[in-house]
Design a protein around this ligand. Structure first.
Ligand code: BGC
Length: 764
């Protein structure tokens, strides 16, 4: 490492001069607002060099040729050193001939230095490469999965963790772009990728999207310790039919504008200059080949001037979709639609020159894409110094102390207390605890989806976290069962341990690979082996505390649903065991709130709070014939969006409005008094929802428009007000315009969706 960094320092002077010459040589005439250095550069490029800029390849490591490389690098396919040497030579030749514009997913910083050196030293035009990777919720330090972090209802926290991710990934890996944040609104909990985003709500999703972009990018795209953000997946990927990953969507343009676009808009306004086209179709057209989506909507309507990358070969998948007949047609369709860079497939460099020469593709389309790519490289500071994200000083391999502390804070704030019958939590440190379940000792399923760079075994297990709170003699630990298999004698041993203890803490839920990409589930319940364990433990009569590990909302059943207490603990990363133990033993009070609705049953999916008003709405809790519900199940949530308890008691007064008649263009202020009537300090997320009661498009039964996270000392009361601005009373009409229509509005200020009484005002 040091040797290479020294080499980089040595090369820096001469290379930087060459790179700056690449953009400063031939300034052409001003074309609109385009940078003449870049247009001059494009004028000097061959068709092949232009097509090269449109190509992203995986970075090969120069260390691949070492005999033991595959053993220590599990992500590399098993090549012999000879094969690896050939591949590497081939890739170097491609880089040197200018056939590559972007590279992805390096395993180490040496690979980045190796590839970038070839690009800026040995290519004809010395155009630097730009490097990307999936830094989703951590690099060495792993923070909670994005869904968990959304439960904090604290976007500023996500900004800080994204910043820490960027610092580590630039310092340790030297990359420029992260394929994050994922800003897909996810309303069907069967979809495994719910775990990667901020959940079901448009406002929460937009605030977290903006915060994460700001955190990743720091002072802006040229920040040497920042990563360029790439909000994804454009568009409506989370609307996959039946929650099945890679399936099509049939959302209307109006719903696209109302639900799926706002988080992207927020991310672009926060400064993102990349986005990723999604795998799915939208109304029959794959997003990657969809001009209406990637050009008319994204560029013309939203004025996005950055770069669109495909999602792993999605340009090639136009063929399997049955939308393009072969690779050449796919390349033409994707590029013409507005996809600038093809991820890994190689079909752009392979076919674009020939398509242009034969007159099938207008060279102006290619030039526009190349301009956008060179422009983001310029904005990313790469023409000034192609190595500026690679630290001069040896990169630390460990997670820095301050990041560990941040990981513990973020993990603690992500935990959601669903129920706490008889105040069984927090546990007293005098109690004898049976810690049972497949996740009690587990170290493999702590970090969650997308944490390939996490140092092995660095995360804190539950058992280790508990062991720091109570003496060993007070803690009995048993697996009880595997994640989805029974263990011989497991339940018996677990029951015996439970009988010897005052309380059972049951660590159950989903394995890492049960959520994330390609991990949709038909039933969002616990595996049968775990449910059987829970039933046996409940039968002991001991108080049962469930610690749920999960990457989505789940349908809880039987003894789990009936447990005395349930804490949603998601995948919390490096400091998981410490953070959960902090909450369980009362050193921290839980403060997370659900960013997704927990349904009563799997079959209710998609189930989310902001549903359209039905013509036959059932009264809560009822199952009357000819009123909307599934047979035997009331049309309710088990735990609604926004729900989460504290270790204290919080009460809300009724809502008051400063006026009941409001003129268009005026704001209205809604207020409530929130009181901590319990004995401990508590953090409350005060949520403001509205409903536009009558409109030309049927409106959601409730819509979150604002929230405030406050901490109240025991006995403290505070008046909380929300100013509801005209913009927050609007909706997207059928002609896609934003409409403010007169009529009745209901307002709730409450601890969750579906709680509290509404107050009304009339807009005229
Ligand atoms: C995923 C993207 C990811 C990409 C690159 C794809 O399979 O859908 O979210 O960024 O791979 O790793």
């Amino acid at each position: 490492m040091n040797k290479n960094v020294t080499r980089r320092t040595f090369l820096k002077g001469s290379i930087a001069t060459a790179v700056i010459a690449a953009v400063s040589g031939c300034a052409s005439q001003v074309k609109g607002k385009q940078d003449t250095h870049l247009t001059g550069l494009i004028a000097r490029m061959t068709l092949e060099e232009k097509a090269g800029q449109l190509h992203m390849d995986g970075v090969l490591s120069p260390r691949m040729v070492q005999p033991n490389f595959q053993k220590i690098n599990p992500f590399t396919p098993n090549f012999s050193p000879e094969q690896a040497a050939d591949l590497l030579k081939n890739q170097q030749a491609q880089i040197k001939s200018g056939m590559m514009g972007m590279m992805t997913s390096p395993e180490d910083i040496d690979s980045v230095i190796y590839a970038q050196t070839a690009a800026v030293k040995d290519t004809r035009l010395k155009i630097p490469l730009i490097f990307g990777a999936d830094i989703i919720h951590g690099h060495h330090t792993i923070f909670p999965v994005p869904l968990a972090e959304a439960a904090s209802f604290e976007p500023e926290l996500a900004e800080r963790t994204a910043r820490a991710c960027a610092v580590e990934a630039t310092t340790n890996l030297g990359i420029d772009v992260t394929y994050a944040p994922m800003v897909d609104i996810a309303r069907d909990q069967r979809w495994g990728r719910v775990v990667e985003g901020a959940g079901e709500d448009v406002l929460l999703g937009s605030l977290f999207a903006a915060a994460r972009v700001k955190g990743f990018q720091g002072s802006g795209p040229a920040d040497s310790r920042g990563l360029l953000a790439c909000p994804k997946h454009f568009l409506a990927y989370g609307a996959a039919e039946s929650g099945l990953d890679y399936q099509g969507t049939s959302v209307s343009d109006r719903v696209l504008h109302e639900v799926y676009l706002p988080p992207f808009k927020a991310a672009f306004e926060a400064g993102a200059i990349f986005t990723m086209a999604s795998f799915n179709t939208i109304d029959g057209v794959p997003a990657t080949g969809n001009k209406a989506i990637l050009t008319d909507l994204l560029r013309d309507e939203m004025h996005f001037s950055g770069v669109v990358i495909s999602d792993f070969q999605s340009e090639l998948e136009l063929i399997k979709h049955g939308y393009a007949k072969d690779e050449k047609a796919a390349a033409k369709l994707a590029l013409s639609a507005g996809c600038d860079i093809g991820m890994v497939s190689g079909i752009f460099p392979k076919y674009v020159p020939e398509l242009v020469r034969s007159g099938e593709l207008d060279e102006a389309i290619v030039d526009k894409a190349v301009y956008r790519i060179l422009h983001v490289k310029q904005q990313a500071g790469l023409f000034d110094d192609p190595f500026h994200r690679i630290d001069e000083i040896a990169a630390p391999q460990q997670a820095p102390e301050e990041h560990i502390a941040l990981a513990r804070e973020a993990a603690t704030k992500s935990v959601v207390l669903l129920k706490n019958t008889g105040s069984v939590l927090p546990l007293s440190k005098e109690q004898k605890v049976a810690l049972i379940g497949p996740f009690a000792k587990d170290l493999k399923n702590i970090d969650g989806s997308w944490s390939p760079f996490a140092p092995q075994k660095a995360s804190v297990s539950l058992e280790a976290g508990f062991a720091e709170k109570i003496p060993a003699a007070q803690l009995l630990t048993e697996d009880g069962c595997g994640i989805d298999t029974a263990i011989e004698g497991g339940i018996k041993r677990a029951v015996e341990a439970a009988k010897q203890c005052d309380v059972v803490v049951l660590a159950i839920g989903e394995a890492t690979n049960m959520s994330g990409e390609a991990s949709s589930r038909a039933e969002i319940t616990l595996p049968a082996a775990q449910q059987a364990l829970a039933e046996a433990l409940a039968a002991t009569g001991k108080p049962l505390v469930v610690l749920l590990r999960n990457g989505r909302a789940m349908a809880l059943e039987g003894a789990v649903r009936e447990a005395s207490a349930i804490l949603v603990t998601w995948f919390l990363g490096t400091e998981s065991g410490h953070a959960i133990a902090d909450v369980v033993f009362g050193d921290q009070s839980p403060s997370g709130r659900l960013p997704v609705t927990f349904p009563i049953a799997s079959g209710q999916q998609p189930y989310y709070y902001a549903r359209e008003s039905s013509g036959r709405p059932p009264a809560p809790g009822t199952t009357h014939m000819f009123q909307s519900h599934f047979i035997g199940i009331p049309d309710d949530a088990l735990y609604p969006f926004g729900h989460g308890l504290t270790y204290s008691e919080i009460t809300y007064s009724g809502v008051t409005l400063d006026k009941s008649e409001v003129k268009k263009g005026e704001a209205v202020t809604a207020s409530v008094t929130v009181t901590n009537t319990g004995k401990r300090a508590a953090t409350e997320v005060v949520q403001c929802y509205i409903q536009d009661r009558f409109a030309s498009v049927v409106q959601p039964v409730q819509k979150l428009i604002d929230f405030d996270k406050i901490t109240l000392a025991a006995g403290e009361s505070r008046s909380i007000s929300f100013t509801i601005k005209p913009q927050q009373m609007t909706f997207i009409a059928r002609d896609l315009s934003q409409q403010l229509e007169s009529g009745e509005f209901r307002v709730w200020i409450a601890p969750s969706a579906r709680a509290g009484e509404a107050e009304s005002f009339t807009l005229s």
